[in-house]
Design a protein around this ligand. Structure first.
Ligand code: HAM
Length: 425
């Protein structure tokens, strides 16, 4: 029988890679918490309706990419394709805005989209993100863009290009929709099947066509449909970014793939990521989403970044810190009769705060010491027949290849001294 493989488009996180992953998550929490964001978590599956209504039925995500299933009670549930709708639902349902407004929250976790897998694009992937819920102000858009940028910078990633646009308010988009229809209708015969189908339903989606970029290249620009108020709001965002020392590229063709955006929309691009996967992350303002989900109208803004893509670039740029060894010391019994003493010594060392692996298996000491090297341990504590009889242990410096016998009462201090000893050059 062939071994069972992981499902397509998924990634396993193995020990050698896990410290990079933890570094990324801790860096994100540290940076966004320095802006006052607090951790939240919401379910990995939600009612399908949350995404149909929130993300939009004519988006690629809802039309083609959702993992939807019927549970035993006959309810339609969906593995979350993104975090914003669920986090907003959680914050609104939990009445979090009654205390502080805006609510500043951050989150991390797996998302699911059934897109054709390739480098940087998976069926299950991770996002880290923030949402700032409850107020509409240009400085909050600036804060969100800045927080994401500071996080990316803290990972050591250079050459990130921030692309910004304004999608205006509902009326602006209605005007833009008319302009797009007037432009696209005469081209209908030349459009791809998806675009032809979406033309009357959601012409904005046509600007995001992955099959043929040519028609979108000459299409009208949303910036020409913005009211004076929307344009002034966007100007405030741009000047706020300048004041924060953040260089952003104005991109009037940036539309994003989800329907809930209004006003500011942005993406963090990196040139080393290929083609349509060039976005490390993105976000924007979604003032209409709470109402669409059945809550009181509540403005909000936020971003999400793809963890796999960030790590891909961080590895290319060699900014990932080296993995720490699995343990500092290994305690080895020489023969089975010393196993219980070795276990006891390992316990004492752990209680003293050291990271210790116990090797009391019935195998040769040579093998145990080789394994200790591979674990990256700096010290081995060896308990053989003589040591057990005399209440001693041998402490071996695995880097300098020296060793000495010490009384059990002085073991913690002896191991600490070995760990602190300089590495032989
Ligand atoms: P999004 O642009 O759909 O936005 O996704 C954000 C990021 O998630 C992408 O830029 C990418 O790095 C990563 N990502 C998306 N799909 C995949 C995939 N199949 N494989 C690997 N990585 C992927 C959102 O999800 C919005 N919720 C962002 C937001 C937050 N807007 C306001 N607040």
């Amino acid at each position: 029988m062939p071994p069972i493989a992981a499902p397509r488009g998924t990634n396993d996180l193995l020990p050698d890679a896990s410290s990079a992953w933890r570094w990324l998550h801790e860096t994100h929490a540290r940076v966004v918490e320095s802006f006052g964001y607090r951790l939240v978590d919401s379910p990995i599956f939600e009612h399908t309706e949350l995404f149909e209504r929130g993300v939009g039925t004519s988006t690629d995500v809802v039309e083609k990419q959702m993992y939807t299933f019927t549970d035993r009670g006959g309810r339609s549930l969906t593995l979350r394709p993104e975090g914003t709708a669920g986090v907003l639902r959680a914050v609104m349902a939990g009445n979090a805005l009654a205390e502080v407004r805006p609510a500043r929250v951050h989150y991390a976790g797996p998302m699911f989209r059934s897109e054709r897998p390739q480098k940087g694009r998976y069926h299950q992937f991770q996002q880290v993100g923030i949402e700032c819920i409850g107020e509409r102000a240009a400085e909050l858009d600036v804060e969100v863009i800045e927080a994401g940028w500071r996080f990316i910078t803290a990972l050591g990633l250079a050459d990130v290009d921030i692309q910004v646009n304004s999608l205006g308010d509902l009326e602006d988009r209605q005007r833009f929709r008319e302009a797009l229809l007037a432009y696209y209708r005469p081209l209908a015969d030349r459009l791809c099947d998806d675009c032809r189908r979406r033309l009357e339903v959601n012409p904005l989606r046509l600007l995001d066509c992955k099959r043929d970029a040519a028609p979108a290249a000459a299409a009208p620009l949303i910036t020409d449909s913005l009211s004076a108020t929307s344009a002034a709001y966007f100007d405030d965002v741009l000047s706020g970014l300048r004041a924060a020392g953040i260089a952003a590229t104005l991109n009037p063709r940036l539309v994003r793939g989800l329907d809930y955006y209004a006003h500011t929309a942005f993406e963090y691009w990196h040139g080393s990521l290929q083609g349509s996967q060039n976005a490390l992350g993105g976000g924007g303002r979604y003032d209409g989403l709470a109402e669409v989900l059945g809550f009181a109208s509540t403005p909000a803004t936020g971003y999400a970044l793809g963890v796999e893509r960030l790590l891909l670039v961080a590895r290319q740029m060699a900014t990932v810190p080296p993995s720490p060894p699995a343990c500092e010391a290994v305690v080895c019994s020489v023969e089975p009769p010393q196993a219980a003493i070795a276990a006891d010594l390992a316990r004492q060392l752990r209680e003293a705060g050291l990271r210790v692996v116990l090797d009391a298996l019935d195998r040769k000491l040579d093998r145990k010491l080789r394994a200790a090297d591979r674990l990256g341990a700096s010290a081995a504590v060896i308990v053989g027949e003589d040591e057990a009889r005399d209440g001693m242990a041998t402490v071996r410096d695995l880097r300098q290849r020296t060793q000495r016998r010490v009384g059990v009462a002085g073991l913690v201090a002896a191991v600490r001294a070995t760990l602190a000893s300089p590495v032989a050059g």
